[in-house]
Structure formats: C-alpha cells, structure tokens
Design a protein around this ligand. Sequence first.
Ligand code: ATP
Length: 377
Amino acid sequence: MLAASQPFHRRRNNDRSQQHLNQGRRGSVTAVRADSQGFHGTATLAGTARAQCATGPAQACPTAVARSFHRRRGATRRLDLKGIVTVHSTEFIHIDHIDDEPALRLDRVARSFGRGDGRRWAVRGVTLSIGPGQIVCLLGPNGAGKTTTMKMIATLLTPDAGTIRICGVDAVRDPRGARRHLSLLLGGDRGFYARVSAIDNLRYFASVAGVPRRLRETRIDEALDRVGLANRADARVETFSRGMTQRLHIARAMLNRAPLLLLDEPTNGLDPEHARDVRALVESLRADGTAILLTTHVMAEAEALADRIDMIMDGRIVASGTKEELAGALANESAADGMTGTAPATQPAPRSLEDVYLALLDRERGMNARNHGEVVR
Ligand SMILES: Nc1ncnc2c1ncn2[C@@H]1O[C@H](COP(=O)(O)OP(=O)(O)OP(=O)(O)O)[C@@H](O)[C@H]1O
C-alpha cells in the first residue's frame, strides 16, 4: 500500500506493457496498491486532471472517468477525476495537473420561504467545504436549517443566493451534472417498493441513477454484500426490519459510487446495534474516499464519526472545528469573559460533545438576547 499523496510509477511487470500512474503537480493520489497484475484499489483524486490511457482499458472501473477510458482507449483528453476512481489492472495511466477542488463547496448559500411580510430565512449565508474522505457533521437544534441546506446541496431546492459546487460542478446552473457526483440518503421506512424484493428495488434504482447496464449486477451484488443483506436479496422489502431497510437505503446510495454522500439522520429510529452497523458502514465509505455530509441529533454519533463539526443555528454556521477545537474556543472565550468581569473565570471546561454543543447554544442564545436588548433600548 502506498502512502497518501505519494507519487509513484511502475515499470514493465509483464510482457504486455509499461505500467505507470503518477501524481500531478497538485492534488493527491491515495490508497492505491500495485502488484504483478497491475494497479488495484481506490485512487482518491481531488480535482480535475488531464489523463491518458495509452495501451489498454481500465477494467471494471465504476466511475465516469474509467468509463471514459473504455471509450477513449488510447486517447488523451481532459477528464473529471474528482472523487474516487477504482483502478484494476490498468495498463497505462498518466495523470497530471490535478486541481484542488473539494467534493463539496458552499459559499454564502441562503434560502428563504414565504413572501412579503411572511418571508422567513431558513438558511442565511452558509459557507463550508468537504474534501474526499472527510466526514463533516452539521449539528443544530430543530429548525436550524440543516435539512434545507441538505436539500439545496441535493438540488431539490434552489438557493436564493450563494453558490454550491459539487466536485467543481455548479449545482444551481447544472443540477443534472452535479447530481452525477452525489448520493442522498434520507432514510426512513419509505423510498422502496414494499412488495418488491430488495434486489429488484436496487435494479430499479440503479437504472434511475444512471448506472451503466453492464455494471449494474456487479454493483448491486457488491452493495448488498457490503451492507450485509446478500442473503436477503430476494426477500420483499416489506419483510425487512427498520435496521435492514436503513442498510438497504445505504446500499442504494452506494450504487452510483458518488464521491459525495449526504446522510440526513442515518441512524434515526434505529436500535443501538443497528445504529452501530450503520456507523461502521459510514466509516468504511469514508475509508474509500467518499466525502460525507451528515446530520444527526445523536451526539455520540457526531463525536465518533465527524472529522469536523459545523454547528448551525438560525440558518448560520456559528462554530466549526473538531470537538477539541470547539471546546478550546469556548474555554478561551470564558477566560476572556472572566478577565473582563462578564462571566466567572472558573467555569468548568465542557468535556463531551453534548456539553460543548449545549454551551455553544447558550452562548448564541445569550448573544442573540443581548443584541435584541440593545435594539429594543
Ligand atoms: N417548505 C417549507 N416552507 C416553509 N418553511 C420551511 C419549509 N421548510 C423548512 N422551513 C422552515 O425553515 C426552517 C429550517 O428548517 P429545516 O427543516 O431546514 O431545519 P432542521 O435544522 O432540518 O430541523 P430538524 O432538526 O427539526 O429536522 C424552519 O424554520 C422551518 O420551519
């Protein structure tokens, strides 16, 4: 296994051809291994790239990139190499000029509902980005704007202002193009044909998701296997428990191998055992290089999974960082307030994410109340 971001190439390993895969001036290629059969595994590539496949096809490659290799064998052209590319026994791939482009970038995104006096802002200028293999958790109280943000990213709602780019594609100008790079998991009991088997449901959704016909059965088998439902593939969905249905949702979300996965409360209503299974699945998707935006009200889940927590309140990101960074910022503020006499200097440092979250809520509500008071006076 090659170390992350390590450029590499490989010379003739059999009598077929030279094998070569290297890194460009920017960006990274991670988690690729080579053996006598060629290159295997998952290359996580950030950005766009100029790529060449000189002598042979990239076999069993699931992404648009790899499909382009099949079609344009021997040709050199500009390809989108954002997200994950699984490369098997590729004869010759040369990659240069990888631009750094996160899987998701939101810039001052805003959305309101209603008109005239009844107009209310649900999201007020959210800016965030997520790179490959990163899990960002959007945490916030009911009505904070999490689902509205998710829906805008999923192109189900149009923002009133701001830009959303998914793997470099503008989601407002080109929603169809953006959708090719994302999967949305809303979960719950709905979303499948109850009287149809799990595998036939996935066949239907694979065709809807635009998975090429020749790759569908392999993808479906892999997805069912990965979520532990291979032995229930022919069972009707109506016979599934909640946990099984949720795992089937994840299998569905895996079909198009999107580099960006949106998970809205993925363990909502699951018992601890099934919630643990779902979390393990989410972690394995991150290990593949998938960028994941997650909403949850389960603090332990956010703490266990998130590389970064973006706390949203009243449509704004009010804090962003790891639990330790958020706790540190709160402790510094508390110390500064102690010095100015606006708060006791000896407030205990919040320990769990729940403590941090509740302290941040108190801080924001206190600030809002003070600002409101100033306006009223
Ligand atoms: N279709 C809609 N019409 C009018 N208002 C809406 C609509 N959808 C959301 N809102 C409002 O936008 C605000 C944000 O709602 P949103 O569902 O995004 O919050 P949330 O953080 O996902 O909440 P929860 O944790 O309860 O799911 C709320 O005040 C909500 O009432």
